[in-house]
Design a protein around this ligand. Sequence first.
Ligand code: HEC
Ligand code: HEC
Ligand code: HEC
Ligand code: HEC
Ligand code: HEC
Length: 499
Amino acid sequence: MKNFLTVLTAILLFGLIACEGPAGPAGKDGKDGTNGINGTNGANGLSVDFKGDLATAPASPVLNWVYHNTTDKKVYIYNGTAWVVMTLDGSNGTNGTNGTNGTNGANGLRVFITYNDNSLSSQPSTPTGIGTANGWHTDPTAAAAWMSQKVAADSAAGTWGVPISIKGKDAGFVYFDGFKTDLKCATCHTPDTDTLYHKSAVSYQWAASKHAIGGTSFENSTTCAVCHTTEGFVQSQTGKTITTAYNSTPVGCFACHSPHINGDFALRTTAPATILSNLAGVADYTFNYGKGNLCAQCHKPRSQSNKLDPSKSTVANDTIKITSGRWYSHYGVQTQMLMGKGGYEWTNQTNTVANSYHTDAPGVKSDGCTICHMPNARGDYDGGHSMKLSSDEGQNLNGCKTSGCHSSITTLDYKGAMTTTHNNLDTLKVLLAKAGWLDTLTMQAKASSGSPLIITPSNRAGALWNFFLVEHDLSSGVHNTAYANALLLNSIAKMKGTF
Ligand code: HEC
Ligand code: HEC
Ligand code: HEC
Ligand code: HEC
Ligand code: HEC
């Protein structure tokens, strides 16, 4: 202030005393004034307005509205035109709970084993599927004799290996060439233990049969051995050439069975048999009676020459020349008789020829001769393998009483059929003897090559033929009563000249 006053005084003095001189140099800037007072506060700015947890953005938003979106877990702010994300990155959350287990992977491969109890001689078929069919089982029991294995993912998959035997041969068995493998001899060869086949008892029955004691096993030539010896019959049944059987065996066990090869008593054959008709112009026929087919292989006629011709049964001037006493079918004509075949018939005969019930009876059809001839045996007297129905003990009617047949029968001479047949045979025998055709001592035709029997008309010889047929059937008409007796009655009528 002193400076200011000094300057002001100078200026005034100068002006008064002197005229105005040239302008002096500019003085120094004065000091800054003091600050003005503060202005008033401005209006408050817009603050953030938090709207809370919401699933969706709130309606009609205003700048700086903020909400927490519970759906996408973000915080949004409205910037005046749109919602924009406002959050910072969050920190790591805590671990979630474990997820559920995934599905199992495919199994690895395993070994499967299955067993079979078949005997060593009988390799079972390769197992299939899970290996428990056709005798295969998965129990490793002591009885198991075979096993098979496979490597597969599961029991039903994969292919089983070829069965492998896992047992050594049993010490109780004997192994011989030609015998069935693992045949146990004592099954049949010890009466003590043979409760299955009773071979010993059966052998005694057979020993009482005419097969055993008939005494014709010496008929061992190549033409006769086939029916009269075991050796010849086995040769014929096994496709071999029939040779003369020296040291021949009668018709025995090994003819009808082959126990050492089969291991049981299955019949050697049940093939139907062709039966020769032995009548000119009459076709041969087939005998098909189940088990009886075995019997028919032998109990059938051999070929016979000088045959009668039924087509000439009313021809007056035809002649037959018989040159042998054995002018008949040899010998087992039982098959023919049962079927109602082999007899000589005349177109103008007086008695109708028909068959008895036996010919087509169901049991006879299936079992043939055995149903009557092999009933339950009575010791070694009759029945069973004796094949006899009469013995010192009487008659064995067990076969006749087969269910559905003659349940209350008391004699084989049922309804007098055997008596009737005998009587008719006797009547005819007398007529044939009178005619000089039959030798009643040999019961053969009165004929030989040197002294032949010539019969005219030939059809009359049918009476002799029928006599032999019924006589050699040996059943006295039981096999086919109606047929046998019609043949006999017609033959008697023929001999008497009735027709
Ligand atoms: C399925 C029954 C059966 C079996 C198993 C059996 N056999 Fe036989 N064997 C017979 C018959 C049947 C005869 C005849 C016996 C008779 O005539 O009485 C026989 C007879 C024999 C004969 C005597 C032969 C003859 O000509 O007289 C001998 C040896 C024999 N057998 C040995 C054996 C041997 C060894 C075994 C065991 C490997 C065996 N058998 C197993 C049924 C059998
Ligand atoms: C291999 C041949 C053959 C077979 C198979 C055969 N037989 Fe014989 N049979 C004969 C011979 C041969 C005679 C006679 C024996 C003798 O007189 O020496 C005979 C005799 C008989 C006899 C006794 C006959 C009489 O005069 O008393 C009867 C019964 C018999 N057989 C029934 C049968 C039966 C049933 C069958 C079937 C199960 C059968 N045979 C199977 C050959 C056989
Ligand atoms: C197709 C089989 C067969 C032929 C082949 C056969 N026979 Fe016979 N033979 C028998 C039968 C079956 C019997 C028993 C019939 C009966 O008793 O019922 C028998 C019985 C016999 C008899 C006893 C007759 C009687 O009155 O007791 C003699 C013997 C005989 N035959 C001899 C022979 C001669 C020999 C040959 C060979 C040339 C022969 N057989 C060929 C099946 C045959
Ligand atoms: C002429 C033929 C013949 C002769 C020989 C014969 N059999 Fe048989 N055998 C048969 C017939 C047929 C049967 C079946 C009988 C039936 O089913 O009714 C049979 C059945 C059997 C059976 C029963 C089979 C079973 O499984 O039940 C035995 C065991 C048997 N015979 C043993 C023997 C013995 C052992 C011999 C010798 C001693 C023998 N046979 C001789 C024909 C014969
Ligand atoms: C319906 C029952 C029956 C049938 C099936 C049967 N027979 Fe006979 N057979 C008899 C009677 C019953 C006798 C008389 C027996 C007697 O007098 O002791 C007999 C007798 C025989 C005889 C005389 C020997 C003997 O034992 O008296 C022979 C052989 C014979 N039959 C064989 C056969 C043959 C082979 C067959 C099959 C083709 C057969 N039989 C079918 C019932 C039958």
